[in-house]
Design a protein around this ligand. Structure first.
Ligand code: PRE
Length: 362
């Protein structure tokens, strides 16, 4: 029977081997970086990362290994993040401040070691990418309960920035305050969506009729609540911890399976993988004619292209009344059957990105 000391000696030996192997991997990665830097190729290749994780998951299963997909992902996403930093360090702009769900989403993809820029609006994230002050941007695009984030869609419509990846994160809200009694709370800070996601909680605790102050992020709400003991914030657990505001209630969201879809923005096109999704904007020329959208969608149907989302937005241009449509469908823009459909509608379609579809779609 192995003793604890025996086990620890084995662990030390295995750790040494793993470190040697990781360093060996990083030598290869350095060469990949040289090749990409010489050709101007994109460093971040989400489709390749996904393929690696899938291969390792299958291998682990076949060999009866203890590591499941989530464990493999947790370990390897951090390895990829270190690799990318070695190939070419790139800055990541996100909707801050620190402690937002977007920050959490950014860290889950780019790891703890990357160089982050926290910005106070979605608009600033787009501007920072357009001016090349950051290579990647992370912003929310949709919540399973509250729907689309209009600002992100409107900016995608105007900007040259593309979606290169998406990810879904479960959202849990906390009610945090420095007050010791709920009756002492005179105002609540949160992001507008935060109030929207916790209506039942607010009503059950008679918090509907006190002042609700929407601010630009749930982390900002935590900062404000940390400065005023007669206020509270609806925010993430990490924001409460970061800004040292005690938690009065946890998991106060109406729907506990609420999750938010985030998109990673950049300036390159991904290669084709087997699990792609494409986002487009459609401005139909004859939008006032009944049936024009139906005809457009029939073209997709004929090629067996499945839509995962369609959302109409009022167009904000000067020409007056009108709508455009935001559409997500399965497949990559470079696949021939997709080209066939889109080429029929060249003038009406703006491509927003093709990317590996995230796990746990809303
Ligand atoms: O295969 C590549 O293109 C690499 O740059 C290597 C690597 C990796 O560490 O395996 C790193 C970054 C990419 O996002 C994908 C994979």
């Amino acid at each position: 029977m192995k003793t604890l000391d025996d086990c620890r000696r084995s662990i030390d030996a295995i750790d040494n081997e793993m470190l040697e192997l990781l360093n060996k991997r990083m030598k290869v990665v350095e060469r990949v970086g040289e090749i990409k830097n010489a050709s101007g190729g994109a460093i971040y290749r989400p489709e390749r990362e996904k393929a690696i994780i899938e291969r390792l998951e299958a291998q682990s299963k076949a060999n009866g290994g203890a590591l499941n997909k989530s464990a493999i992902e947790a370990i390897f996403l951090e390895i990829f993040a270190v690799s990318r930093n070695l190939e070419r360090p790139e800055k990541i702009a996100y909707l801050g401040p620190e402690g937002t769900f977007t920050h959490q989403a950014a860290e889950s993809r780019f790891g703890a070691m990357s160089d982050y820029i926290s910005l106070s609006s979605i608009h600033s994230v787009f501007k920072t990418l357009e001016s090349k002050r950051a290579k990647f941007g992370v912003v929310p695009i949709e919540n399973s309960k509250d729907g689309i984030v209009g600002e992100t869609l409107d900016l995608l419509a105007k900007s040259s920035v593309k979606i290169v990846a998406e990810l879904y994160m479960p959202i849990h809200m906390s009610f945090v305050t420095k007050a010791t009694k709920i009756e002492d709370i005179k105002k609540i800070y949160s992001k507008d969506k935060g109030f929207g996601q916790c209506r039942e909680f607010l009503s059950e605790h008679n918090l509907i009729n006190i002042e609700h102050i929407p601010v630009e992020s749930t982390a900002k709400a935590a900062i404000l609540a940390s400065e005023d003991p007669n206020s509270a914030a609806i925010c993430s657990h990490i924001a409460a911890k970061l800004y040292k505001v005690p938690t009065m209630f946890e998991n106060i969201e109406d729907e506990h399976d609420s999750s938010t879809r985030f998109v990673i923005l950049s300036d390159f096109k991904n290669g084709i993988s087997e699990h792609d999704k494409t986002s487009i904007l459609v401005k139909l020329e004859d939008a006032k004619e009944a049936g024009s959208l139906v005809h457009f969608l029939q073209d997709f149907d004929e090629e067996n292209i499945n839509l995962s989302k369609i959302e109409s937005r009022p167009s904000k241009d000067q020409s007056g009344f009108g709508y455009w449509f935001y559409i997500d469908f399965y497949g990559h823009i470079d696949e021939p059957h997709i080209q066939k459909v889109l080429s029929k509608h060249d003038a009406e379609v703006t491509w927003l990105g093709s990317y590996v579809k995230g796990e746990d779609e809303l």
